[in-house]
Design a protein around this ligand. Structure first.
Ligand code: GDP
Ligand code: MG
Length: 163
């Protein structure tokens, strides 16, 4: 199995934008298992000279009967089982939300390697959120802008020791 990275976090933080940037035009594998797994996309990603597999988690926007939190946890548990490291993403412009904090607490207890990624860090609107991110207890946040392709070298530096 290739080294696998799961991108997790609440809706709208920019997970799919990062997935698309890492996977680019390379073919995304279709994950056609029934049920909850239909909400995941898996692709072959590349950053500089490193190659890996990326899992984009989604489906959290459709809450149905379950709470958002329950669905988020269910998706994430599956992704964690299949990955070597999780990128826990927050939206630094929005700051740390109660859902981010709750989720980070749960994630810390899973005892899996986690890199905290603060997205939407282009421009000054993200500065306060970057400081708040430290309080999640997941170590130093890696500041990126998935939309603008910034911070990817720092993300690479955070990933490299784990690969
Ligand atoms: P997901 O729900 O976590 O998969 O988030 P998406 O990738 O769908 O992105 C949610 C929204 O955030 C979209 O409108 C994106 O264009 C926007 N977005 C993603 N990355 C960035 C970024 O680096 N900067 C800014 N300003 N917006 C971003
Ligand atoms: Mg998405």
């Amino acid at each position: 199995m290739p080294f696998t990275i799961a991108i997790i976090g609440r809706p709208n933080v920019g997970k799919s934008t990062l997935f698309n940037r890492l996977v680019g035009k390379r073919t995304a594998l279709v994950d056609d298992l029934p049920g909850v797994t239909r909400d995941r996309r898996i692709g072959d990603g590349q950053l500089a000279h490193l190659s890996f597999r990326v899992i984009d988690t989604a489906g959290l926007e459709e809450a149905f009967d379950d709470s958002l939190e329950a669905r988020m946890r269910q998706q994430t548990e599956i992704a964690l089982q299949e990955s070597d490291v999780a990128l826990m993403m927050i939206d630094a412009r929005a700051g740390v939300t109660p859902l981010d904090a709750h989720f980070a607490n749960w994630l810390r207890r899973q005892g899996r390697p986690v890199i905290l990624v603060a997205n939407k860090c282009e421009g000054r609107a993200a500065e306060a959120g970057m400081h708040e991110a430290w309080a999640l207890g997941l170590g130093e946040p890696v500041a990126i802008s998935a939309a603008h392709g910034q911070g990817l070298v720092d993300l690479l530096d955070a990933l490299r020791p784990l690969m």
